[in-house]
Design a protein around this ligand. Structure first.
Ligand code: THU
Length: 130
C-alpha cells in the first residue's frame, strides 16, 4: 500500500468516530507529519451547531498539541460521490500549519483526487502579511 493509501485508510478509520447526529455528514481526516506519525480526526458536532469542529481541524490540533511541526499531506474522506474539499476555515488552518501540501480527497467507493493547497487557497492571509 502506498503512502497516500495509508493516509486515506487512516482518514476512513477516523471517520468511524464522527459525532455528526445533526448533519449526518460524517467526515474523516488524516494528517501525515514529517516525523512519519499519522494523526486522524473526525467531525465533532454540538447541539449548539456553531461549536462544531471539522475533521481536518481536529487532526491538526491533535498533532500540534502533541508537539508535531511540519506536515507532508492531509487526506479527507466522506461517503459522497462528489469528493469533499476542506471548508474555508480549515483551509486557513491547513495553510498555517502545513503550507502547500497535497490535499488527498477520497470517498468510500475508492474515488480519489489530489489537489495542492496552493490551488485550494490561492491568495492566503498568513504571517507574511503581518
Ligand atoms: N465538515 C468537516 O468535518 N470537514 C469538511 O471538510 C466539511 C465539513 C463537517 C462539519 C459538519 O459536522 C458537517 O461536516 C457538515 O458541514
Amino acid at each position: 500500500m502506498g503512502e497516500n493509501d495509508i493516509l486515506i485508510s487512516a482518514a476512513k478509520q477516523a471517520r468511524e468516530n464522527a459525532h455528526a447526529p445533526y448533519s449526518n455528514f460524517r467526515v474523516g481526516a488524516a494528517l501525515r507529519a514529517a516525523s512519519g506519525r499519522i494523526f486522524g480526526g473526525c467531525n465533532v458536532e454540538n447541539a449548539t451547531y456553531g461549536l462544531t469542529v471539522c475533521a481536518e481541524r481536529i487532526a491538526i490540533f491533535k498533532a500540534i498539541s502533541e508537539g508535531e511541526r511540519g506536515f507532508d499531506a492531509i487526506a479527507v474522506v466522506t461517503d459522497t460521490d462528489t469528493l469533499t474539499p476542506p471548508c474555508g476555515a480549515c483551509r486557513q488552518l491547513i495553510w498555517e500549519f502545513c503550507g502547500d501540501v497535497p490535499v488527498i480527497l477520497a470517498n468510500l467507493k475508492g474515488k480519489t483526487e489530489i489537489i495542492p493547497m496552493r490551488e485550494l487557497f490561492p491568495k492566503p492571509f498568513d504571517s507574511s502579511n503581518l
